[in-house]
Design a protein around this ligand. Sequence first.
Ligand SMILES: Cc1cc2nc3c(=O)[nH]c(=O)nc-3n(C[C@H](O)[C@H](O)[C@H](O)COP(=O)(O)OP(=O)(O)OC[C@H]3O[C@@H](n4cnc5c(N)ncnc54)[C@H](O)[C@@H]3O)c2cc1C
Length: 365
Amino acid sequence: MRAEVLVVGGGAAGASISYLLARRGFKVVLVERKREIGRPHHCSGILGVKAIQEMVYFDEDWVLSEVRWASFRSPGGIELRVERDSPLAKVVDRSHMDRELVELASSEGAEVLTSTPFRGIEGGRAVVRGGEVDFEVLIGADGASSTVALSLGLKPLELELGVNVKVDRGPEGGYEVRVVKGSWFTWWQPWGDMGKRGGLAPVGEPLMSWIGVSGGAEGGLIPRRPRKVVVKGKVALLGDSAGQVKPISRGGVYFLSRASKSLAEAVESFLEGGSLKSYERWWRSVIRSEIMPALAFRSWLERLHERQIDKVFSYLKGYEDVLTERFDTDAQLEPAKGLGVNLFKFLSVNPRAFIGALWNLIARG
Ligand SMILES: Cc1cc2nc3c(=O)[nH]c(=O)nc-3n(C[C@H](O)[C@H](O)[C@H](O)COP(=O)(O)OP(=O)(O)OC[C@H]3O[C@@H](n4cnc5c(N)ncnc54)[C@H](O)[C@@H]3O)c2cc1C
């Protein structure tokens, strides 16, 4: 089999890039190891306003609930609440969304092969179940434990665990988050007529007892940091396989949607004799300007004791109006900018943690 562009993975990233490239007239083949696109799906489906605007396509039919308020509790129970008249986010059915994005790619001419795992690269060809594929560009959109990344000789990503459990009832019109420790948290959210309880923790933590449920969980692994190398020769990584997730909430749809557009341009230029490197340059500039500051904030949070996190929440209680005004589901450091010099008051709750986080930023930057 031959493809101008072989896309591995039929999640939101693989579907988005397949759609953009098929629409440009390229011969795209998408291989997905699962039998059915979008099933099972572990995602909470909370998409901020910017993420929705950035998506290659969005359909209101996917929306199960709207989110107009969000409540955040510290380990000791201090609450910060933001509320708006307009939606902060929408909750979508990710199975429905991923399936329709793949159908959209297919309607533009992409060939979609399910039950077709990618196994590796041999002699310059991709080995998939049932045969080999000749390709000009290969895109690894195969999630956090990417086989494509491993076949390029890249290190596995450091991963965290996220799980969701469907429950009879969700909060009305908003969601609740409880910080358990560091940057790890549980949540309760609406899911149409039902709700979901979920949590995020380092692998090995007793996450189910944090959430307070015993079974019925759907889970997935989440990359902890972005990859800086996302292009090697004629292979590029996209979405979770590239670590393209928001450092604080760990949501992936916002960055993968933006990245799909940058990669589509780079692939077009590559197929006309250029290189894919413009995509990697774009991604590194996002890491520098948006992701590193948020990673530094997270690293600071993870150095605080639970009581210090309570103290930060108590301080912030005096700035709930600023938080409400600036809250952004996708640009998660936005409220911090509104705090001005007061930010240093919060950061100094543990000066050593602040210095450690700064050092982390400089060392990894
Ligand atoms: C519990 C939880 C809640 C989350 N909630 C949110 C949220 O509310 N909002 C948000 O924006 N993000 C959320 N995320 C993150 C979001 O789900 C991911 O960032 C996003 O789905 C990544 O899309 P992707 O296409 O890169 O990867 P994936 O969705 O993982 O898709 C990868 C696809 O590749 C396929 N695949 C893997 N290996 C192979 C192979 N070898 N050959 C062929 N196919 C292969 C997989 O079967 C899969 O279909 C959540 C994650 C978790 C775990």
